[in-house]
Design a protein. Structure first.
Length: 383
């Protein structure tokens, strides 16, 4: 019976993702449940050190969480003898520098996606981690969402027959920040700060498609900056230099075609903020963040195109809900637990920095495809 205490330097915990999903919903939640149970009476106890630029925000966060350790110096945090893991949820542009420092200090690294703003840098970070003999990880939270886990279960169970196509719809309206406060940070709309929806979302679609349907073999994208000017956190107008919508077509290994629209300039008429429809010869499914519905070939209606008569069928009602049949914990926490097991027990872990680089690669190729008006192959990445 043993408790393995593991110090984690957590950088970017004052930000949206770092604060809520990683600190509160993952690391604090693991502590609240008494640690990560490894079975046989063994467990892992995470000991976070909060790292950031703003002393007063860190002090407030420490008070909110009851944590006693925080610092504005990453170097100091990495020098703490019990720190074995560096976690990074900084704005994307800042990641390279900090991850390099952590790897040089011999720490295992876990970070948000995209791991870098270009493929060469993302690969370089993966190589550095390998050469230093440290473990690495990238957040691929969508794979752990209940809706997508149910979709994966359907794929694994052979529900679809031959998968023909995937239609993904992601997005919502992000206010411009003039008459209503924006619901995303302004750096997202500035290319020079690592913003842009292609970089942000194609990094997700790469692992969602590869992990659930099949790896992406080609990409063709059109991107747009629909809203050219926004107002920042202080109400000052700024020019949007990054794309706020990306319309991608992806050919998958095995021949299925995926089309995914990603937009911060779209209003939601969907059940969830992201939804994927998968059509196969034997059946179809619609999966979102939480829910998944199916229609089997045997229950597929036979609509006849006739614009002269009103729709006689309630198409939405013809789908069945896939039951949970499982308990789904917060996806970020589930992935954190797997990473901690990987660090302490060397359990299998496919979500390393090379996997992160594949996401960056798809985003980079998507942007290049849009710029040059061409369809591009996605070469296999290796270290
Ligand atoms: N996995 C997901 O679903 C998901 C969702 C949103 C964002 N993200 C990723 O998480 C990261 C953070 O995004 P966010 O939405 O939380 O952003 P945010 O702006 O809310 O937070 C960014 C954090 O970085 C810090 N920061 C900003 N500029 C800095 C600088 N120059 N030097 C040092 N620190 C700096 C901020 O203080 C803050 O702690 C991004 O890489 C983003 O792509 C992932």
């Amino acid at each position: 019976m043993s408790v393995t205490k593991i110090g984690i330097a957590m950088n970017g915990v004052t930000g949206r993702m770092g604060h809520r999903q990683h600190l509160l919903r993952s690391i604090m939640a693991i502590r609240e449940q008494g640690g990560l149970d490894l079975g046989g009476g063994d467990s892992i106890w995470p000991e976070p050190i909060l790292v950031g630029r703003n002393e007063s925000k860190l002090r407030a966060l420490a008070a909110e969480t009851g944590l006693s350790r925080w610092t504005t110096s990453l170097t100091e945090a990495l020098a703490e003898p019990d720190v074995r893991v560096y976690f990074d949820a900084l704005v994307t542009n800042e990641r390279e520098k900090t991850v390099r420092e952590a790897i040089a200090a011999g720490k295992h690294v876990y970070c948000e996606k995209p791991t870098a703003t270009d493929t060469a840098t993302a690969l370089e970070l993966a190589r550095l981690a390998r050469d230093a003999g440290v473990k690495s990880g990238v957040v691929q939270d969508k794979l752990f969402l209940p809706g997508l886990r149910k979709l994966k279960r359907l794929v694994d169970g052979g529900f679809f027959g031959r998968i023909l196509s995937v239609r993904g719809e992601f997005g919502y309206w992000v206010f411009e920040g003039d008459w209503q406060v924006a619901n995303r940070p302004s750096w997202n709309y500035r290319a020079e700060d690592g913003g842009g929806i292609t970089l942000d979302m194609f990094a997700h679609w790469q692992y969602v498609l590869a992990g659930i349907i099949a790896p992406v073999r080609t990409v063709q994208a059109t991107v747009a900056t629909h809203i050219p000017e926004r107002n920042d956190e202080r109400g000052r107008p700024y020019q949007c230099t990054a794309d706020d919508a990306a319309y991608g077509v992806f050919e998958l290994d095995g021949g299925a075609i995926a089309q995914i629209n990603s937009s911060w300039a779209v209003r939601v008429y969907r059940d969830e903020l992201v939804e994927f429809q998968v059509d196969g010869t034997e059946g179809s499914a619609i999966a979102g963040l939480r829910n998944c519905r199916v229609q089997h070939r045997a229950t597929t209606p036979k609509p006849v195109w006739n614009p002269d008569v009103p729709a006689t069928e309630d198409f939405r009602a013809q789908w069945q809900t896939v039951p949970d049949n499982d308990e789904f914990d917060n996806g970020f926490k589930v992935q954190w637990e797997a990473f901690l097991r990987h660090v302490v027990r060397d359990e299998p872990w496919p979500y390393d920095l090379l996997a992160g680089a594949r996401g960056v690669q798809l985003a980079e190729l998507g942007l290049r495809s849009a710029r040059d008006g061409v369809r591009l192959e996605v070469p296999e990445l290796t270290l």
